[in-house]
Write a protein that binds this ligand. Structure first.
Ligand code: HPA
Length: 294
């Protein structure tokens, strides 16, 4: 009896705190946006999220302002090695962009709503196109370390959906369509850019996991059987939030390890960072050209 009452109390607490969290989100987004707009007034058209080992991409930008996450009200603060933690505003290929140097991961202890908070802020700053990048483990037997894989679709079932909670009509609909989360039009443009540069661009399905453990051999095999070509600990929640708000999304993985090969599946974070850094110039070229064609 006592146990049942305790559970009911706990349930009511969770519902209420969830309710409060969700109703606050819009206010938090607005406060973050107002702060950013005080420091930098030009609205960005494209948002770019840089994955592990991919931060030096911003060297290509004409930087006009940098705002550390720690200055922005309600922004979480990045803790992972290889992520520097700031919003960078400026021009790339003649377009106004904002780049996130460092993203937030569920495995760091952030809630799914916190993980997608910067994406929501970007939308309210005026961003219409979101370009995501990440380091991922290859589960397609034809892939090599250093390959670039354009994400054509994802499997989100192993991560918590960031839209769980009270409906916020200002952000989007209750049951968003996910039949084409990644823009076919942008994929065609990227394929043409890759071809012109002589890259062997791969295309595939990305499966999102929580991390922080890399997968066991059995898990890599299972992920492969489930139809995914790559696995990683980011991107999916951000893409869902962006599609929910009506943004056009493009995403690309750098294949940094091959969990599917038994002889190659002892994986370290260092190896992931090094492989991402080695492939970065190619990814940078594609993103830069793509932004120019938006
Ligand atoms: N699994 C999950 N996340 C990753 C991997 C991987 O093999 N490589 C880089 N991020």
């Amino acid at each position: 009896m006592y146990e049942r009452e305790g559970l009911l109390k706990q349930y009511r607490y969770i519902c209420n705190s969830n309710f409060n969290v969700m109703t606050d989100i819009l206010e938090k987004i607005q406060e973050a946006v107002a702060y950013i707009q005080k420091r930098y007034q030009t609205a960005p058209q494209a948002g770019i999220v840089l994955g592990s080992g991919l931060g030096s991409f911003t060297r290509e930008m004409d930087i006009e302002a940098e705002i550390p996450y720690s200055d922005i009200p309600h922004f979480p603060v990045s803790t992972v090695e290889g992520h520097s933690g700031k919003l960078i505003f400026g021009k790339l290929s003649g377009r106004q962009i904002v780049a996130m140097a460092g993203r937030f991961h569920y495995y760091e202890g952030y809630s799914p709503q916190e993980v997608v908070f910067p994406i929501r802020v970007m939308k309210f700053l005026g961003v219409t196109h979101l370009l995501l990048s990440n380091a991922a483990g290859g589960t397609n037997v034809d892939f090599k370390v250093g390959d670039l894989m354009m994400i054509k679709d994802h499997v989100s079932f192993f991560q918590h959906n960031p839209l769980i909670g009270k409906k916020i009509p200002e952000l989007g609909t209750r049951f968003p369509d996910m039949s084409e989360p990644y823009s076919k039009a942008l994929m065609s443009k990227a394929i043409a850019i890759g071809k012109a540069a002589g890259y062997d661009l791969k295309t595939g399905v990305y499966l999102g996991v929580t991390g922080p453990t890399f997968e066991t051999r059995a898990e890599y095999r299972m992920i492969h059987l489930m139809g995914a070509d790559a696995v990683g600990m980011s991107t999916v929640q951000e893409a869902i939030a962006a599609v929910h708000m009506g943004m056009t999304v493009f995403a690309m993985s750098v294949i940094t390890d091959l969990g599917i090969r038994e002889e190659e599946n002892v994986i370290t974070h260092q190896e992931v960072l090094e492989a991402a850094q080695a492939a970065e110039p190619k990814l940078t070229h594609i993103f830069k050209e793509l932004v120019g064609q938006l």
